[in-house]
Design a protein around this ligand. Structure first.
Ligand code: AMP
Length: 397
């Protein structure tokens, strides 16, 4: 059985075709700059990579072209070889709390959530409709970034705002990156040879977008992102936690409107805003390590400090921590960030093995035998997780 995983963004589509018997990625690609004067499609299989520069006026055009490449005998001959399609859906809210088959009612619920995820939901809906047209009858499954965090207790998900803003307007913390946090927690349990239900874990998904989750017995009980992926850690271009009064102050003192404030917080802050150099952790890390560059160091210090603060507070929330996991671009590839954070976790009895910590993008325990908490690097694989959940659901039908 082959599952196609789709991640439809506002102007791009990422796809992977995965063979569920072997978990092998048979093809993967991206369609970028949909709706622009020139688009780009990259398609990669075991036989090589193709790069097309063409106009993709709509998501439908992009997907049609990707399907043509998929069916060019590499890796399949016909679309009927695709048994199911799994969609990454960024927001499921309180209505869609589990991976589910996309029925007309589910599609409507996804669509109705547009005000809370205005950039992503229209693209997800378009992607689902295009697949309905191109692959009629093939089951489509939605896997939600927010679903894993629906086990958060009320005291963790409520903002201390007037309660009716929650009951009437659904303003609460939802959390994101759920598929990734869940995947690495499960994988950690396999690597430790213990049931995930027996473990308390803090998972650190550190990439261009970053979040940390407290997982108790396999369930998310708190996470750093909130109503949107803006809350929490310092990120590539996002500010993370912020006194909301900063926004009203700037609105009044500079006359900035909501759009401008949104832009500052989402696109001009974080590592980029603090350093004035780059949002790319690798660039900043190199500058810090090579020459102690003060601008890069300022940004990385805020980044590392926030991670430390969240781990400390989640350790208290969990009461006991069995393991800390680092994942995503930075978590998997930055011995510097991991060391900066872990060397300050003496209170938890964390001890890092410097040699083991010199790992990039591979599963490895990086704590010493004497460490009171195991620390692991586990590469995330959201596409495989989506494919596995899609496969499990479709098989059970
Ligand atoms: P992601 O959003 O998960 O793709 O992660 C992107 C982030 O990972 C960027 O900030 C990259 O700079 C960072 N990254 C990738 N490789 C490295 C590396 N070797 N060292 C430090 N950061 C890295």
């Amino acid at each position: 059985m082959k599952v196609l995983v789709l991640n439809c963004g506002s102007s791009s589509i990422k796809y992977q075709l995965i063979d569920m018997e072997t978990n092998e990625v048979q093809a993967k690609g991206t369609v970028e700059r949909i709706g622009e004067s020139e688009g780009k499609l990259k398609h990669k299989t075991a036989k090589g990579e193709k790069v097309l520069h063409e106009v993709f006026a709509t998501h439908s055009d992009g997907l049609k072209r990707a399907f043509e490449l998929l069916c060019d005998n590499d890796p399949i001959k016909d679309l009927c070889e695709i048994s199911a399609v799994g969609h990454r859906v960024v927001y499921g809210g309180e209505a869609l709390t589990k991976t589910c088959l996309i029925t007309p009612a589910v599609l409507k619920t996804i669509h109705d959530a547009e005000p809370l995820a205005p950039l992503h939901i229209p693209a997800h809906v378009l992607g689902i409709k295009v697949v309905q047209d191109l692959l009629p009858g093939v089951p489509q499954v939605a896997v939600f970034d927010t679903a894993f965090h629906q086990t958060m207790p009320e005291h963790a998900y409520l903002y201390a705002l007037p309660y009716e803003l929650y009951t009437e307007d659904h303003i609460r913390r939802y959390g994101f990156h759920g598929t990734s946090h869940q995947y690495v927690a499960k994988r950690l349990a396999e690597l430790m040879g213990k049931p995930v239900e027996s473990l308390n874990i803090i998972t650190c998904h550190l990439g261009n977008g970053s979040s940390i989750t407290a997982i108790e017995g396999g369930k998310s009980i708190d996470t750093s992102m909130g109503l949107t992926p803006l809350e929490g850690l310092c990120m590539g271009t996002r500010c993370g936690d912020l006194d909301p009064a900063v926004l009203t102050f700037l609105g009044k003192s500079k006359g900035w409107d909501l759009q401008k404030l949104d832009d500052i917080c989402n696109k001009k802050s974080g590592l980029l805003g603090l350093s004035n150099i780059s949002n790319d952790c690798r660039v900043l890390e190199d500058l810090v390590l090579a020459e102690g560059n003060a601008d890069a160091l300022r940004a990385m210090s805020v980044f590392n400090y926030r991670i430390l603060k969240y781990i400390g507070s989640y350790a208290t929330v969990l009461g006991h921590v069995d393991a800390i996991v680092f994942t995503a671009g930075i978590g998997e590839n930055s011995p510097y960030v991991r060391k900066e954070v872990c060397s300050k976790l003496q209170l938890l009895g964390v001890e890092i093995d410097e040699i083991a910590n010199d790992v990039h993008g591979k599963e490895r325990r990086i704590s010493t035998d004497a460490s009171a908490v195991e620390v692991w690097v586990i590469p995330t694989n959201e596409e495989l997780a989506i494919a596995q959940q899609t496969y499990a659901l479709v098989k059970s039908l």
